[in-house]
Design a protein around this ligand. Structure first.
Ligand code: ZN
Length: 493
C-alpha cells in the first residue's frame, strides 16, 4: 500500500510532469515556420557561351601561393585579359579600378546617387592542387572540361562561380539596357586563399576613402545544402550572417637537450606535447551564438516532430541539442571555438634530445569571443612559463552578426525563393574565413551565400579532388545574380 505522503509526492511530480509536457507541446505547436512565401520567377535563357566562359576561366591557373612575392602574375594578367574580352559591355560601360595590380573593382553607377550601393564579391584566386593528387582527378584540374553536364576544375565552386556568375549576370543585364537605381560594385580579390591582405583589405580601404557606405555586401559562403542539415530532407539555402574568427598560436619551448641514452626528467618535446594534450582535453565550452540561434529558429519548425520539440524548447533541452550537434565535426564547429594543432616540430636525429620544440595551434573563434579571450584561456590551461605563446600573422576577430531583417538579408533571401522555390532558407554561421570579414567598415549588413547546391559528395571537392559544378547550377547562379541585381536596384525603398 502507498503511504499517503508518498502519494502526495507522486501526485505533485505527476502534475509537474504533465505541466511540462503541456508547455513543451504548446511551444512546439506555436513554433511557427519562418519561411516566407515568394512567387518563383520564370527561368531566363542563359546563352550557351556562358558555360564555355566558365570553362575557360578555370583553365587560367590563378593559384594563390603562400608566399605573396611568388604570385603568378602572368596567370592573373591573363585572367584580366580574359574577362576584358569576354565581357565587352562591362569593360566599356563600367568603371574599372585595379587594386594592388591584381584585384578588381567594377563600378556600375546607379541612377539615384541618394541610394546606398550594393557590393557583390568574389575572389579570382584558387588553392593549389597538390602534385601527388593530380592523378586522382577524373579530369585535369585546370582543364575546364565539361563532362556529363559537370564543369570540372579548380575554382569551379571556390570561387570562380561567383566571379564569372556575376560578370555573366552584369553583361546580360547591360545587353538588355538595364539601369540600376543604386550603384553596384563587383569586388574581386586576388589573394583570398592566403588571407586577403593585398586584395580585400586594400579594396575596402579604397572604397572607404571614396566614402562608400553600402546597403549590403554579398560574398561567397555556404550554399544550398542537400542532405547536409541533419533532420531536413529538403534543400536548405544557408545565408551566412556571421563567420568565425581565426587565430593561430605558436607555442615554443627551449630546454636543455642532450643524448637520448641519458634523458633528463623532461625534454622540450615532453613539455610541449603535454601542453597540446591539455588544450585538446579541455575544449572551449559549447555556446549558442546569435547566428546559430537564428539557424535553430528558422529550421527548427521544419524538422520532424521530435527534433521540433527539442528546438521549440531550448530553455529545457539545450543540452540535448548541444550533444547531438557535437556528434558531427561540422555541428560541433558551430557551437565551439575549435582547437586544432596543425604544426608540430621538434628534433632532427633519432638519438638526440632536441633543445627546442614548436607547435602551432589553430583556433576558429565563435562570435562574441575575442582573440585575447583565447590567448588568456590557453595561457591559463597550459600554466607553464617555460612555454612562450606567440601569435601567427593572419588573425581575425569574429565579426558581429548581421541582421536578418535588413533590406540586404530580405533581398538575398527572397531572391533565393524566386530562383530556388524548393529550398528552405536560414541564417547561418560560416565556420571558415571569407574576405567579407574585412567589409564591415563599409556596411553592417554583410552576408555570405553562393547560389549553388552542395551535397555530402560535392562538399568534399571544396579545396579537394575533382572540384566540379553542374552546368545547371552554374546557369542558375547567373539567374540568381541577375535577379538579385534587379531586386536590389529597382525595388521601391
Ligand atoms: Zn573561397
Amino acid at each position: 500500500m502507498i503511504r499517503p505522503d508518498m502519494k502526495k509526492i507522486f501526485l505533485s511530480l505527476l502534475t509537474i510532469f504533465i505541466f511540462l509536457i503541456a508547455v513543451m507541446l504548446f511551444n512546439t505547436f506555436t513554433f511557427d515556420s519562418q519561411q516566407v512565401h515568394v512567387d518563383p520567377v520564370p527561368k531566363i535563357d542563359i546563352p550557351a557561351s556562358a558555360k564555355e566562359h566558365m570553362s575557360q576561366a578555370i583553365t587560367i591557373p590563378t593559384v594563390s601561393n603562400e608566399d605573396p612575392s611568388k604570385i603568378d602574375s602572368a596567370a592573373f594578367f591573363r585572367f584580366h585579359e580574359f574577362i576584358k574580352t569576354t565581357y565587352p559591355l562591362a569593360d566599356s560601360l563600367l568603371g574599372i579600378t585595379k587594386i594592388n595590380t591584381f584585384s578588381l573593382i567594377y563600378e556600375w553607377k546607379g541612377t539615384d546617387p541618394s541610394l546606398k550601393p550594393v557590393i557583390l564579391m568574389g575572389h579570382m584566386d584558387v588553392v593549389p592542387v597538390a602534385e601527388e593528387n593530380i592523378d586522382k582527378w577524373d579530369h585535369p584540374p585546370f582543364g575546364g572540361e565539361i563532362r556529363n553536364g559537370m564543369i570540372y576544375g579548380r575554382g569551379a565552386i571556390d570561387d570562380k562561380v561567383s566571379v564569372i556568375g556575376n560578370l555573366e549576370a552584369v553583361e546580360l543585364l547591360l545587353s538588355r539596357g538595364f539601369q540600376p537605381n543604386r550603384t553596384i560594385y563587383l569586388c574581386f580579390g586576388h589573394d583570398e586563399e592566403i588571407g586577403g591582405i593585398n586584395g580585400a583589405t586594400a579594396i575596402v580601404e579604397h572604397l572607404k576613402n571614396k566614402g562608400v557606405k553600402a546597403e549590403f555586401v554579398l560574398d561567397e559562403g555556404f550554399a544550398i545544402s542537400q542532405g547536409l542539415v541533419p533532420g531536413i530532407d529538403k534543400d536548405v539555402a544557408l545565408i551566412g550572417t556571421a563567420e568565425k574568427g581565426f587565430v593561430s598560436l605558436k607555442l615554443s619551448v627551449a630546454l636543455e637537450g642532450g643524448h637520448s641514452s641519458m634523458p633528463g626528467e623532461e625534454s622540450a618535446i615532453d613539455v610541449l606535447a603535454r601542453a597540446v594534450v591539455k588544450l585538446k582535453d579541455n575544449p572551449f565550452p559549447a555556446e549558442v551564438t546569435q547566428p546559430v540561434n537564428d539557424f535553430m529558429d528558422h529550421l527548427g519548425p521544419e524538422m520532424p516532430f521530435t527534433q521540433k520539440v527539442a528546438f521549440a524548447n531550448r530553455w529545457l533541452l539545450e543540452p540535448v541539442i548541444m550533444n547531438s550537434f557535437s556528434e558531427s565535426a561540422s555541428g560541433s564547429a558551430m557551437l565551439h571555438t575549435t582547437t586544432a594543432p596543425t604544426i608540430f616540430n621538434a628534433g632532427i636525429k633519432e638519438n638526440v634530445i632536441p633543445y627546442t620544440a614548436n607547435a602551432t595551434v589553430n583556433f576558429r573563434i565563435l562570435p562574441g569571443t575575442s582573440i585575447q579571450d583565447v590567448k588568456n584561456r590557453v595561457a591559463s590551461l597550459i600554466n607553464d612559463d617555460r612555454i612562450v605563446i606567440g601569435e601567427g600573422s593572419f588573425n581575425s576577430e569574429a565579426p558581429q552578426s548581421s541582421s536578418t531583417d535588413s533590406h540586404g538579408f530580405v533581398t538575398i533571401r527572397n531572391t533565393i525563393k524566386e530562383i530556388f522555390p524548393e529550398a528552405l532558407t536560414s541564417p547561418n554561421l560560416v565556420v571558415g574565413a571569407t574576405d567579407s570579414r574585412y567589409y564591415y567598415p563599409l556596411s553592417d549588413d554583410v552576408y555570405r551565400f553562393t547560389p549553388i547546391h552542395l551535397t555530402p559528395e560535392t562538399i568534399k571537392t571544396f579545396h579537394g579532388i575533382n572540384e566540379r559544378l553542374s552546368v545547371e547550377d552554374f546557369e542558375n547562379a547567373i539567374r540568381y545574380y541577375v535577379r538579385l541585381i534587379e531586386n536590389a536596384t529597382s525595388s521601391i525603398e
